[in-house]
Ligand binder design. Structure first.
Ligand code: FE2
Length: 422
């Protein structure tokens, strides 16, 4: 007997199939599977997708909003200063409890994997200790990948390099950085070089907050692409945010994008946060700050949207909804054709899974039986509706269910029940 059978699912490519799950894997995915199952779900008219994937998050700061105070200016820099105050007063257990609470929300929203940056600039490595514990605690329901992130600058902060290396020794997965926050452009470039060398020596991936500014003259994306090639790290390096590219000279960008494509750089814009934080020094017109998503995608790079923040020093909103992230990326990038909107769904699923290097991801025989049933008929409608996650399946078992959204109408001559996802 099967563990789970999902009947008449609509898949992201528009085809219809049944999905059979056994021993944590998809044992068959084809029309009309005639089997008995411990549980059967009728998915007629509903989309089944592989899990949502968040390739950029800060789990050590999440759900801390208002502690010890609010970010009044709303800027990235006040957020960093506020985070510095919070770091002084939070314990390992504080972070563990907040992170676990966030993972509960994330599961309910169909997230299957999260790449979280973790600050490595305190000598006690409080966040690293906490999130390593959380990674272990949630492994049966969320793949948590950690990035060693020297928030205050790996060269600017006197002990950050030593602490970042300690964090990697403790088991943090990926090398991070923040070159635009170093003291000078030269220091920023040097930080990229040193951190990429550490990744190359250890066989690790790199994911840097890179040029998260409105400075058209910032050049750390170029350095990151160059170091990727010099060290043979092609396909293992991601640039997060890259917002300075929005403001750069068009001729220079045409040269830069070619260099990035040669480096197979992964690109992680964070639409909700960057539309909120960038352009804060502008009067009108205000720049949007989102990197050049369409152009980077069209140059062949893998682009995945991240959520970055939920209720923390940088952003008061958010609810682990990758469809909300996709919708913002779509709007800010003016990705409004049917093909472009469909691609935005990939940017929060398959593209981000590729960036994280997830194994066994996808809807195919032999893949992990991880998927989400949505109250929407297709990916574009899912984005439009921020569709309800009717069921979240992990290793062939339902781990979260949400009732379908509906409204009961009392209107003359009209239906009484409204299903927004029909
Ligand atoms: Fe970030």
């Amino acid at each position: 007997m099967l563990d789970l059978l999902v009947k008449h699912a609509t898949l992201p490519d528009g085809t219809s199939a049944d999905i059979a799950c056994e021993d944590g894997l998809i044992s068959a995915i084809e029309p009309n599977i005639p089997s008995e199952a411990a549980r059967t779900i009728d998915a007629t008219g509903r989309l089944v997708t592989p899990p949502f994937i968040d390739p950029h998050f800060h789990m050590d700061a999440t759900l801390s909003l208002g502690t010890p105070r609010m970010n009044v200016s709303g800027t990235l820099l006040e957020g960093i200063a506020l985070w510095g105050e919070l770091k002084q007063i939070q314990s390992v257990d504080d972070i563990v409890q907040r992170a676990l609470a966030y993972c509960d929300i994330a599961v309910s929203m169909g997230l299957g994997a999260i790449r979280s940056h973790v600050d490595t600039c305190d000598d006690s490595l409080t966040g690293v200790q906490a999130l390593l514990e959380v990674r272990e605690k949630v492994k049966d329901y969320i793949d948590l990948q950690l990035v060693a992130f020297p928030q205050d600058g790996v060269l600017r902060d006197p002990t950050a390099m030593e602490n970042t290396i300690r964090a990697l020794d403790m088991g943090v997965d990926v090398v991070g950085g923040i070159p635009h926050f170093e003291r000078t452009m030269a220091d920023g470039a040097d930080s990229v070089r040193q951190l990429c060398e550490i990744a190359a020596e250890r066989g690790l991936m790199v994911d840097m907050h890179c040029d998260e500014s409105d400075d058209p003259h910032s050049r750390h994306v170029e350095t990151l692409a160059y170091e990727t090639q010099r060290l043979g790290l092609q396909g293992r390096v991601a640039g997060s945010h890259l917002t300075s590219m929005h403001s750069m000279d068009n001729y220079y960008v045409s040269k830069l994008i070619a260099l990035m494509a040669e480096s197979e750089m992964r690109v992680i814009p964070n639409p909700l946060i960057n539309i909120m934080l960038q352009g804060r020094h502008d009067s009108y017109p205000k720049r949007r700050g989102q990197t050049r998503v369409r152009e980077l995608r069209d140059a062949g790079m893998t682009v995945g949207f991240g959520s970055d923040c939920v209720k923390d020093p940088w952003y008061s909103l958010g609810r682990a909804d990758m469809l909300d992230v996709a919708a913002m990326g779509l709007h800010v990038g003016q990705l409004s054709s049917r093909e472009d909107m469909r691609w935005c769904f990939d940017a929060v699923t398959v593209n981000s899974a590729k960036i994280m290097g997830l194994e066994g991801y996808g809807l195919a025989k032999g893949k992990k039986a991880n998927f989400v049933l949505l109250q929407a008929p297709d990916p574009i409608e899912a984005i439009r509706l921020r569709a309800t996650r009717l069921a979240v399946i992990r290793a062939g078992k339902v781990i979260s269910e949400t009732p379908a959204s509906s409204a009961t109408l009392s209107l003359p001559g009209r239906p009484t029940e409204l299903d927004p996802g029909a």
